[in-house]
Design a binder for this molecule. Structure first.
Ligand code: ZN
Ligand code: ZN
Length: 215
């Protein structure tokens, strides 16, 4: 199971080891959206998670689950600084239910651990301005794959922060660039042919004039 207590307890244990002199808390906030002033912003995308619909008992897996974090460290609170993390797990819609039944994700404990490790790496980097931080950990749970990603069923896609949507948009843009490059190349080849033809015509005209003047 995947409760808030497990998230906040695991987070507290992990951050205490890294920053024992400061106090951090993690809380759910389902109203946070994109970046807001005074807060650092981290989106954990491409995480593996499960969804269980409570209305029709449909369940599915996804490797495109997104979790959004806002982090803030209060530097003005004396010796022991107070840090706050707000977390929102983005939902996916059940495709078997009619209507807007969005379901919250659940995560296996190893994925939850890695997401929290990544969160702490981001806290060290942005709240403590540390330069040498480890690379982000994999949260896709090995080689697990899942069916086609349906953007209209994904809250993160609606926000435009889902990697799956960004990949699709990037490939469309790359395709458009390639078409443009190809068209430019064709134009350049045409220009080159015309130029060669004019040079040959000029040489032939000069030869013709020279030949006529010698006669
Ligand atoms: Zn359902
Ligand atoms: Zn998506």
């Amino acid at each position: 199971m995947d409760h808030l207590d497990e998230w906040s307890n695991t987070f507290s244990q992990k951050i205490e080891q890294i920053k024992p002199s400061d106090r951090w808390i993690l809380e759910i906030d389902n109203n946070i959206c994109d970046s807001r002033s005074g807060w650092e912003y981290f989106v954990q995308d491409e995480a593996f998670g499960w969804f269980h619909c409570s209305q029709c008992y449909n369940s599915w897996e996804s490797v495109n689950v997104c979790v959004v974090f806002h982090m803030k460290l209060d530097h003005n609170s004396g010796y022991m600084k107070q840090g706050t993390v707000k977390m929102r797990q983005l939902r996916q819609r059940c495709h078997k239910c009619n209507g807007d039944n969005f379901v919250k994700p659940e995560f296996p404990s190893n994925v939850r651990n890695n997401i929290l490790d990544n969160l702490i790496i981001q806290i060290r980097k942005y709240c403590y301005k540390e330069r040498n931080v480890p690379n982000l950990r994999d949260v896709r749970c090995g080689n697990v794959t899942h069916g086609r990603h349906i953007s209209s069923h994904c809250e993160a896609c609606k926000w435009g922060i889902c990697k799956k949507q960004r990949v699709t948009m990037t490939s469309i843009l790359q395709y458009q660039c390639k078409i443009r490059e190809h068209t430019n190349q064709e134009h350049n080849i045409c220009k080159c042919c015309c130029f060669c033809f004019l040079i040959i015509l000029l040489i032939l005209t000069v030869l013709f004039v020279v030949a006529n003047s010698e006669l």
